[in-house]
Design a protein around this ligand. Structure first.
Ligand code: NDP
Length: 241
């Protein structure tokens, strides 16, 4: 029986590529999203992957969403914590709302979703948890104290959960992508991209969503059971930890 994979924020950008890559590998995929119904509808009709709308920052909503996925698709064996937002600004100008929104969506969400699937994974002696961090959680980034803090938080979370799950066949890993050509990056001023980002990527290009999806498929595989608590950097050589 094909394994069930849930991808948060799985209908657009990097998450959509992850959902499609896992489907192509034979997983039964459930793609979560937060609010963009039009994008989700288009994604579902293009790829035949069921979509589930709930706010990953809201524990109660996640409880209902996960229960619906389990009922309609099956028990969750692979969880990809991908949903994320930015609310950039220098710390001395950052509002409490921007801080809270990013921590809630990018970090609380990972607790919410992982907490809700990990008991089932322990009971079945198998699980793959992959969270999407960022190069900016590894090295910090001007204007992203909130985002860098949330993404760095995923690294500590991953190392703890990896140790807890190891004897139960559960791996927990993190991927730290560099700059990927999605809407999130397209929203940056062109001048910033051309002068402050591209010159510092040794491979000379932005990453693609498929570059990240390939990393997820690798870590999600049954054969990847010896890799846990790891951070896989996919950044074109921009930052070598
Ligand atoms: P996009 O903005 O293109 O897509 C974000 C996805 O997350 C959407 O599907 C969105 O749903 C969903 N989402 C946002 N908030 C919520 C929420 N509260 N509940 C449920 N779903 C939500 O982002 P990217 O594809 O660029 O980024 C994906 C991940 O990769 C993020 O965690 C990001 O931080 C990380 N990352 C991105 C990089 C890049 O260069 N793009 C680099 C490094 C890391 P909806 O469609 O409904 O809005």
């Amino acid at each position: 029986m094909a394994r069930v994979a849930v991808v948060t924020g799985g209908t657009r950008g990097i998450g959509a590529a992850i959902s499609v890559a896992l489907k192509n590998k034979g997983y039964r995929v459930a793609a979560n999203y937060g609010g963009n119904d039009a994008a989700a509808r288009q994604f579902q009709s293009e790829h035949g992957i069921p979509v589930f709308k709930f706010d990953v920052g809201d524990y109660g909503a996640c409880e209902k969403g996960v229960a619906q996925i389990v009922k309609e698709v099956g028990p969750v064996e692979v969880l990809v914590n991908n949903a994320g937002i930015t609310r950039d600004g220098m710390l001395h100008r950052m509002s409490k709302e921007s801080w809270d929104a990013v921590i809630r969506t990018n970090l609380d969400s990972v607790f919410n979703m992982t907490r809700l699937v990990v008991e089932g994974m322990r009971a079945r002696n198998f699980g793959r948890i992959v969270s999407i961090s960022s190069i900016n959680g590894r090295k910090g980034q001007i204007g992203q104290a909130n985002y860098s803090a949330a993404k760095a938080g995923l690294l500590g979370f991953t190392k703890a959960v990896a140790q807890e799950g190891a004897a139960k066949g559960i791996t927990c890993n993190v991927i730290a992508p560099g700059y990927i050509g999605t809407e999130m990056v397209a929203a940056m001023p062109k001048e910033v991209l051309e002068t402050k980002i591209l010159p510092f990527i040794p491979v000379g290009r932005l990453g693609t969503t498929e570059d990240v999806a390939r990393c997820v498929a690798f870590l999600a595989a049954d054969e990847a059971g010896f890799i846990t608590g790891a951070c896989l950097d996919a950044n074109g050589g921009q930052y070598m930890a």
